[in-house]
Design a protein around this ligand. Structure first.
Ligand SMILES: [Zn+2]
Ligand SMILES: [Zn+2]
Length: 326
């Protein structure tokens, strides 16, 4: 493999980032989270009051439904709040240019010279990813050298470590700091919807076949069945996609990046195998795997790499001091 081929081992498409002003989007972004919370509150009322209290007759069934529902509901809300309220992790100070480098960078416009300043600044940093032109990635908005798997979110207007995606239902970015919470939130929401759908289906059938007398609870319970079934299907498909990404250690951002073929599928350098990939997100201690408590491994800016490690480390030609002076 030639040096040029190796040097393009990890490339990332940087277009579309940073250009537009999305601050309005960020402010308007609370509409969807409030809608989700309203929907959850409505479903909670129908299940607990209309179904369990007014409709279910047997005490044992009432207690069983309420205990399972509240357990899943509390876990789901806990994970949701942790995902929404955890601030995204940003690159640490060592990825910023020194004052003298910053002055040099701002005082010149020649791409070659600017790139040499960045190459020199990146030489002691664990950066292996380059843009499609083979240049060191630099965010002019945040004024940081971008670590591997870090991207600028135009809505949050900040560079985010191991950015997965900006989620409109959370009004927050999903990245290194909250990816575990996000996956758990989707999982518990799916379990909650499946449970609610199964119980409300049973009672909808009893109303439908006149085994239960008509009551004002009939319509809300049928509505609850439709809503929970709809969200079960959506969450199942969504969760399936994210499980595959988590198991193969690919972020949604990398998966959608059509120029970074080498960071996906069989050539993905971050893929350590299913077990290790899961531990990267959920941590080494299995007792914390199912709770929204941060245990993800690593620092968010340097990543162990699988079989491709050797090649990539050899590729770090750009991390050496440039031959020519600046
Ligand atoms: Zn940035
Ligand atoms: Zn964002």
């Amino acid at each position: 493999m030639s040096k040029e081929e190796k040097d393009t081992k990890i490339t990332i498409n940087e277009t579309e980032e940073e250009e537009d002003d999305h601050s309005g989007e960020r402010k308007a972004g609370w509409v969807l989270p409030i809608f989700i919370i309203g929907l959850l509150a409505t479903c909670y009322y129908i299940f607990v009051v209309e179904l369990c209290i007014f409709t279910v007759q047997l005490l044992e069934a009432k207690v069983t439904f309420l205990v399972i529902f509240h357990l899943l509901f509390l876990l789901c809300v806990w994970c949701y709040l942790r995902t929404v309220m955890t601030p995204p992790a940003v690159p640490p100070a060592k990825f910023r240019l020194s004052e003298s480098d910053k002055q040099l960078y701002l005082s010149d416009e020649r791409p070659q010279v600017l790139q040499e300043i960045l190459i020199c600044a990146a030489k002691d940093l664990p950066i292996y990813t380059k843009d499609p032109k083979g240049d060191v990635r630099y965010c002019t908005t945040c004024q940081v050298l971008k670590p591997d798997r870090c991207h600028h979110c135009p809505v949050c207007n900040v560079c985010i470590l191991k950015l997965d995606h900006h989620c409109v239902f959370l009004n927050n970015c999903v990245g290194f700091s909250n990816y575990k919470f996000f996956l758990l939130c989707v999982t518990y929401a799916l379990l909650l919807c499946i449970f609610t759908s199964a119980v409300s289906l049973h009672f909808s059938k009893l109303f439908w076949t006149h085994q239960l007398p008509n009551s004002p609870s009939k319509v809300p319970i049928i509505v609850l069945f439709c809503l929970s079934t709809f969200f079960s299907i959506i969450l199942f498909l969504f969760g399936l996609g994210h499980s595959e990404l988590a198991l193969t250690n690919v972020t949604s951002r990398e998966d959608n990046d059509d120029t970074s073929d080498d960071t996906t599928e069989e050539n993905n350098p971050y893929n350590l195998g299913f077990g290790k990939n899961l531990r990267e997100v959920f941590g080494n201690e299995k007792k914390y795997w199912f709770l929204p408590i941060f245990r993800s491994l690593g620092d968010g800016f340097s990543f162990p790499m699988g079989e491709a490690t050797e090649d990539i480390e050899k590729n770090a030609a750009f991390a050496k001091p440039p031959n020519e002076g600046i």
